[in-house]
Design a protein around this ligand. Structure first.
Ligand code: FES
Ligand code: FES
Length: 165
């Protein structure tokens, strides 16, 4: 039997009829066509499917869609809603060369954003701890750690500009 759920994704409200076994990852990718969120392992081990639910990181592959009824979800598409201006964390990933195949990138950016929201100036150790649930098969991690650090600086600068303007 299908269940009706109401969710907000990247600022838009959706009312969806979902199978009780459907994961949040399936709903995002298959029902809403938000394919920026990836499906890697499907078992909670790689972090590629990470999204924010009510501001906290979750593995969308392990999260049943029915369990997020009434909640707000942010995916990588929500970082640059216009599709033109990138979020500082996306700029930082490009600037530091932290993207190769890109499969891990969306999840890394969502966890990076969560970390920077908690701690705007994390140390290298804190960044590595914050990304410890993520696997990257391409970059060797160093550029990704640098990207999060650069993103923290960029986000601080843009907040300063907002306060000054
Ligand atoms: S796909 Fe969800 S943690 Fe790997
Ligand atoms: S850039 Fe390829 S898995 Fe990370």
């Amino acid at each position: 039997m299908k269940h009706q759920i109401n969710i907000n994704v990247n600022g838009d409200d959706y009312s969806l009829s979902v199978d009780p076994r459907q994961t949040l990852n399936e709903v995002l990718r298959e029902d809403l066509n938000l394919t920026g969120t990836k499906l890697g392992c499907g078992t909670g081990d790689c972090g590629a499917c990470t999204v924010l639910v009510d501001g906290r990181t979750v593995s969308s592959c392990l999260t049943l869609a029915v369990s997020v009824d009434g909640k707000s979800i942010k995916t990588v598409e929500g970082l640059a809603p216009s599709g033109e201006e990138l979020h500082p964390i996306q700029e930082a990933f490009i600037q530091t060369g932290a993207i190769q195949c890109g499969f891990c990138t969306a999840g890394m950016e969502m966890s990076g954003l969560y970390l920077l929201n908690q701690n705007p100036t994390p140390s290298e150790k804190e960044i590595r701890e914050g990304l410890s649930g993520h696997l990257c098969r391409c970059t060797g991690y160093n550029q990704i750690v640098e990207a999060i650090s650069v993103a923290g600086e960029k986000m601080k600068d843009s907040q300063t500009k907002e306060v000054e303007s």
